[in-house]
Design a protein around this ligand. Sequence first.
Ligand code: NAP
Length: 253
Amino acid sequence: MPFTTLITGASSGLGAEMARQFAALGHDLALTARRTDRLDAVKAEIAAAHPGVRVETYALDVTDDEAVAAVFARAKGDFGHLDRVVVNAGLGKGAPYGKGSHYANRQTIETNVLGVAVQTEEAMAIFREQTAGHLVLIASITALRGMPKSMTTYGASKAFVAGLGEGIRSEMMGKPELDIDVSVLYPGYIRSEMNEKVEQKTKFMVDTVPGVRSMVEAIEARKAKAYVPAKPWLPLGKAMEHLPLSVVRRLLF
Ligand SMILES: NC(=O)c1ccc[n+]([C@@H]2O[C@H](COP(=O)([O-])OP(=O)(O)OC[C@H]3O[C@@H](n4cnc5c(N)ncnc54)[C@H](OP(=O)(O)O)[C@@H]3O)[C@@H](O)[C@H]2O)c1
């Protein structure tokens, strides 16, 4: 049976490029997002480049709990099984606290915290039933430390994602009867629609294709935790873990 991967947020940026690169490895794909025209374009591109790969697309807003449950179940039914779920859909909206833009922070929390929680719930339910699977959570290097200004909520939401993944991995260590792996990726800045919109200037930007290549390599290796791409983000990430906050805030912006 072909290896089947479900990717949320596959309509642009890292999700769309992961779909292209997993297709090149011969994986069947269930792709979800709200912009179905963009999903159809990714599907058509993959069909032309890799005609043997099966791609199904599903309209999904990850802030709708019932829709997440229904779409994940439909994808599992369509393919018969899901080997891997990449919880990738994310939002980078945000505003400094106390300046009257709570709505922006709220939207990011709804997508990156509540949306990630329900995607993880449904993925883990499928994996427990199959007694196997690979849960991949896309956190961010901004999860490692407190981020200033418009990045504060985003970084805090990604710290939730990272903690969620490590917690489930800890639980799975005590369950040898379940062959379930959990990977948490901490991408640095990789070119996508999201960081075109980020207000704060970012340093160390990596292009989409090489950036996603290192994400795909870490996922295929089923790494528990990966700062990607390693150049320059492994040393930067390690430095961020230990440097004083006053240095970290100048390092990234
Ligand atoms: N690029 C970076 O430098 C970077 C670094 C660290 C982590 N990340 C993370 O990588 C992931 C992908 O981001 P990206 O950089 O590729 O940004 P992007 O190009 O803006 O893509 C975001 C994706 O998430 C989907 N999405 C957003 N809100 C959604 C919702 N409510 N329901 C369903 N889908 C939703 C979007 O699809 P629709 O709008 O079509 O629904 C889109 O496909 C995010 O989790 C992001 O936080 C990115």
